[in-house]
Design a protein around this ligand. Structure first.
Ligand code: ZN
Ligand code: ZN
Length: 457
């Protein structure tokens, strides 16, 4: 019996996340992401690093692009892979994959060999989706790879991150692994916290997005600041732009803003949203009874929303009357609605931009967030100045450092593997777990390097 791990993406970064495990002859890939920005070969999982190792099952933990966006690429390279995911992730997949394809098509022309576009043609994506197999939460699935010596049992557990998100348990011959994937261990506004099994496992593979932050502010504290910000901007007759990811973050914010209005914490302002978010809202609503929800039966689409239209961005009513505009992308990437809108906001001193999500250090959003009023800064390809207000709020949908440490303490694994975080976050979590659980083997895996989890070490 042997177990081996190789990171093909997402080692010491949030990138083209993909973790390969060989479990007694069966090859399992967990996630196949598309890098948020990198458009070199590193945009996709590095399947070449596998050599001739077995590849049998592709487990997709949720429908964020950095976990699912590389599926067409990986499946074209390994067509016999059996792709499994939760029902909701399968239903969200076509929205994300087609949107990813659209983005790639506009970016791929110079960076990639032309034939790679084939992976992302509409027909190819549709054909792949026919093969996507949905597995309910907490119902074990047993499989054995082509050269597998023993069967592998897999279970999905509710991960509390976005609709459809799952942590994954794998066990083979009594050897057990828990992969948290992107996990959130407190309630958000729409989805409740994760429900992970808290029994001993041999190997814990954990994300580390927030692990460098000692004191992540609470949702309650950030809500107070956000309400204050919106009140101030609306009081000056201005509008608030909130750049946000269409998948998960948008639904959380729509519902949160609506409840703030109902409670009288902020004035009743029109909420604008658009892009693929509207279609994602509908999938959330389809699962409002069957999947974990804080308020079962509540539908995101029931919150009154105005449609944000790409061809009306610079002359929308929100330029004239105080409004809240929720626009993708979350990091204000060039060519997206939030990027175009931001330029209109820059010249208006009574308007405000409120960031709510992670900003990659190389993104236009990060550069704006760290800019100073009236001082020049790089925004995408141009130098810009701004007079509008800019503020940052933390509504993370990833577990806090303390929650990740508690998980490790509860399940007392022999080995902890730390992924999905920058190197500072990974090292900080490694140190904290080492202090609390001395004797635990801790691995911060390097890209493409093989680690023996069990067997002839
Ligand atoms: Zn995610
Ligand atoms: Zn992620």
């Amino acid at each position: 019996m042997n177990a081996e791990l190789i990171m093909l993406g997402g080692a010491e970064e949030i990138g083209a996340n993909c973790c390969y495990l060989e479990l007694d002859g069966t090859g399992v890939l967990i996630d196949a992401g598309l890098h948020p920005r990198d458009r070199t070969l590193r945009a996709f999982p590095d399947v070449d690093a596998l050599g001739d190792r077995p590849t049998d099952v592709l487990v997709v933990t949720h429908a964020h692009t950095d976990h699912i966006g590389g599926v067409p690429y990986v499946m074209r390279r390994h067509p016999h892979l059996r792709p499994v995911m939760t029902h909701a992730t399968r239903d969200l997949s076509h929205i994300v994959l087609h949107n990813g394809a659209r983005l790639l098509r506009s970016e791929i022309a110079t960076a990639f060999p032309k034939h790679w576009l084939e992976f992302y043609e509409r027909e190819t994506i549709e054909a792949l989706r026919q093969a996507f197999e949905a597995v309910p939460y907490d119902e074990p699935l047993r499989f054995r790879g082509y050269s597998g010596r023993s069967p592998v049992d897999l279970s999905f557990h509710w991960a509390g991150h976005i609709l459809g998100s799952a942590s994954v348990s794998l066990s083979v011959k009594g050897f057990s692994i828990l992969h948290t994937a992107d996990v959130m261990m407190s309630d958000q506004f729409v989805v409740p916290k994760a429900r992970l099994p808290r029994q001993h496992v041999d190997v814990l593979i954990t994300e580390a997005t927030n692990a460098a932050t000692e004191d992540l502010p609470t949702y309650a504290a950030e809500t107070k600041r956000l309400a204050g910000f919106i009140n101030e901007i609306a009081g000056r007759n201005g509008s608030v732009l909130i750049p946000c990811f269409a998948m998960g973050k948008l639904q959380e914010m729509i519902v949160h803003l609506h409840s703030l209005m109902r409670r009288g914490s902020i004035p009743h302002l029109p909420i604008y949203s658009g892009g693929i978010g509207v279609r994602i809202n509908k999938v959330y609503d389809q699962y409002c009874y069957s999947d974990p929800m804080k308020r079962p039966g509540f539908e995101v689409s029931d919150v009154p929303q105005e449609r944000l239209r790409r061809d009306e961005l610079v002359r929308g009513d929100f330029m004239r009357e105080p409004s809240i505009v929720l626009a993708p992308s979350g990091m204000m990437n060039t060519g997206t609605m939030s990027h175009t809108l931001a330029r209109e906001w820059f010249i208006r001193p009574n308007f405000g931009i409120g960031f709510i999500g992670y900003q990659d250090p190389d993104s236009p959003g990060h550069s704006l967030l760290t800019s100073e009023t009236k001082k020049p800064f790089d925004f995408g390809s141009t130098r810009s100045r701004r007079v509008c207000e800019v503020e940052r709020f933390r509504f993370s949908s990833h577990a806090s450092r303390e929650h990740l440490i508690e998980l490790a303490q509860d399940i007392r694994p022999s080995t902890v593997v730390i992924t999905h975080g920058d190197s500072g976050a990974c090292e900080s979590l490694a140190l904290a777990i080492h202090e609390r659980l001395p004797g635990t083997r801790i691995i911060i895996p390097r890209h493409g390097v093989s680690y023996t989890l069990l067997g002839d070490v």
